[in-house]
Write a protein that binds this ligand. Structure first.
Ligand code: FES
Length: 128
């Protein structure tokens, strides 16, 4: 079983919202999680365009209708379920998804022996 770090109680995740986390105490939210159509996703908080954080303020990662992840630097839009950019300067690239598990009512970020989050390949998103 993978090592893990707790992000939040699962019931804090709500459809149409995303939550940022600083699991490694870097001083910034380096990871965010969302619930989309009943499925959880956890992504690195980094835009593939210029490797900057996505949100414009705490927990503001999504469009007003909750249907896209938005990079507020240049307006790139990403699908919440796949992380694929569907509009903007990084069209066709993807957010980096992280492996997680849900256990005893908690959302847990899986980490490797070096305390790094475990990336999920684009093809494996939704099958973790
Ligand atoms: S840095 Fe995200 S769209 Fe440019």
């Amino acid at each position: 079983m993978n090592r893990s770090v707790a992000l939040c109680p699962l019931d804090q995740l709500k459809e149409g919202r995303a939550l940022g986390f600083d699991p490694f105490r870097s001083g910034n939210d380096t990871v965010f999680a969302l619930l989309h159509r009943g499925e959880v996703r956890v992504y690195r908080n980094s835009c593939p365009h210029l490797d900057v954080r996505l949100e414009y303020r705490k927990n503001r990662f999504l469009s007003a209708d909750g249907q896209r992840v938005i990079c507020y630097a240049h307006g790139a839009q990403f699908m919440p379920d796949s992380g694929e950019c569907v509009f903007g300067p990084c069209l066709g690239q993807s957010l980096t998804a992280f492996k997680f598990r849900c256990e005893e009512g908690l959302l847990l970020l899986c980490i490797d022996p070096f305390d790094q989050p475990i990336e999920v390949s684009r093809d494996a998103i939704g099958h973790i």
